[in-house]
Design a binder for this molecule. Structure first.
Ligand SMILES: *Cc1c(COP(=O)(O)O)cnc(C)c1O
Length: 414
């Protein structure tokens, strides 16, 4: 296994602590060749094992992640694939069911395991919230110091609570995520701290398992579409790499198309896609979906390759569409944070424009848990956001008097 530049092809040792090539290009991990489709029976045989490394929905597929028998694991990645009754052939892979409530755990178990192996004592990240929550938890488990850089005032309450509780040191930056990202890249190089943003190629090896695990749950019959929200574009990048490697090994033949969904106010990837990837312009980002409030995604070049390789598309949706989609997923009993709901909003839009056909099989990747962002739930359901007046009577305030309550209850159950 090596680190290889996706731009010029130059190779480095996997143990080289570097996040970019000398030419400035992004690096990816080159994997050993898989033995072929028979590896699937090895992965299946681990389902009955009681060892954490086999139970993990990341390390169960370790032949495609890192050669590691003793990873830092909780174990993570055992997430459900739900059918959604609103549409035939619609599934949701609920990554909010990971130990810290987001898919970031899949990348972090790989990243922290590798940081420990390299002998680092401290790890750092810039984060819109979930990366910091995940990194803090895994660092605590590994006995490493966690340092996180957060955009001031823009991190959802649940995520900030986790980063604090798990014991990380927090630098609250008077700026946005893109400022924090620029700073942490600089600092980690200079100060000998291991960087655990998705710029780190080892993290993306862990995130590939979202796709591998989903395909295993679908008995290796790929869907027509995988829909994922796009922020820093780590997942979009990792999904393309996973599909490339699975196809190369003959484990799948058909390639699902990737649809990446961005929030309108944070949609530089969408805009670039619209002009045929001829140019790329970072933007100042603003959206209710704080997890994807990113204007200058570091993984742009890899994500572009994923869209091209899978004949995929990029779409953008408004904050209003995101919140409507959130209400729809939440009220089905499958709660999500706003960024995850962008997938469902994107599906609606891509169906309306005829790009996704009604008979096609679709998997939404629900990236984060409902409890990450309790404030937005409160605002939607207490008439604080225009367009959701229908919830205004959901909370009924009463005195502790039986007759009054019975009378109100009659109105509810009739
Ligand atoms: C990090 C995150 C995203 C964005 O993922 P990228 O890989 O950076 O595009 C989306 N949703 C949630 C909940 C996240 O935590």
């Amino acid at each position: 296994m090596k680190l290889k530049c996706i731009k010029c092809g130059k190779e480095y040792s996997l143990d080289d602590v570097r996040y970019r090539c000398d030419c400035g290009g992004l690096l990816e991990v080159t994997q050993k060749e898989l033995p072929g489709p028979q590896i699937v029976s090895v992965w299946d045989s681990r389902l009955g094992s009681k060892k954490a490394v086999d139970q993990s929905g990341v390390w169960r597929y370790r032949e495609m992640v890192l050669d590691e028998e003793n990873p830092v694991t909780f174990p993570e990645g055992k997430t459900n694939l739900y059918t959604l009754p609103v549409r035939k052939g619609l599934f949701a892979k609920h990554e909010g069911e990971n130990p810290t409530g987001s898919f970031k755990d899949r990348g972090m178990t790989a990243g922290i395991t590798f940081a420990k192996k390299l002998g680092f004592r401290a790890v750092a990240c810039a984060s819109t919230g979930n990366t910091s929550a995940s990194m803090a938890a895994y660092a605590a488990r590994a006995g490493l110091k966690a340092i996180v850089f957060l955009p001031s005032g823009k991190v959802a309450a649940g995520k900030l609570a986790q980063a604090l509780a798990y014991g990380s040191t927090i630098f609250e930056i008077n700026g946005d995520f893109d400022d924090a990202m620029r700073i942490v890249v600089n600092i980690s190089q200079d100060m000998g701290i291991y960087l655990l943003n998705s710029l780190n190629p080892v993290r993306l090896e862990g995130q590939k398992t979202i796709v591998i695990d989903m395909l295993s749950q679908l008995d290796w019959e790929p869907p027509d579409w995988i829909i994922v929200p796009g922020g820093n574009l780590g997942n979009t990048s990792a999904f393309g790499k996973a599909l490339r490697e699975l196809k190369m090994a003959g484990i799948i033949e058909k390639l699902p198309r990737i649809a990446t969904i961005q929030a309108e106010g944070a949609s530089p990837f969408y805009k670039s896609f619209k002009n045929g990837f001829k140019s790329f312009e970072p933007m100042k980002a603003e959206t209710v979906a704080t997890a994807i409030r990113i204007g200058n995604p570091v993984n742009f070049e890899k994500a572009k390759n994923s869209i091209i390789f899978t004949n995929g598309v990029v779409e953008s949706v408004s904050d209003r569409e995101i919140l409507e989609a959130k209400v729809s997923l939440d009220s089905a009993g499958i709660g999500v944070e706003p960024a995850s709901a962008a997938t469902h909003a994107g599906l609606r839009k891509l169906e309306q424009s005829g790009i996704i056909k009604p008979h096609e099989k679709v998997v939404l990747v629900l990236t984060g848990n409902l409890l990450k962002d309790p404030d937005i739930v409160k605002r939607i359901h207490s008439n604080e956001i225009e367009g959701f007046e229908r919830f205004k009577d959901q909370i009924i305030k009463v005195n502790p008097e039986l007759d009054e309550i019975k009378s109100r209850l009659r109105e509810v159950i009739q």
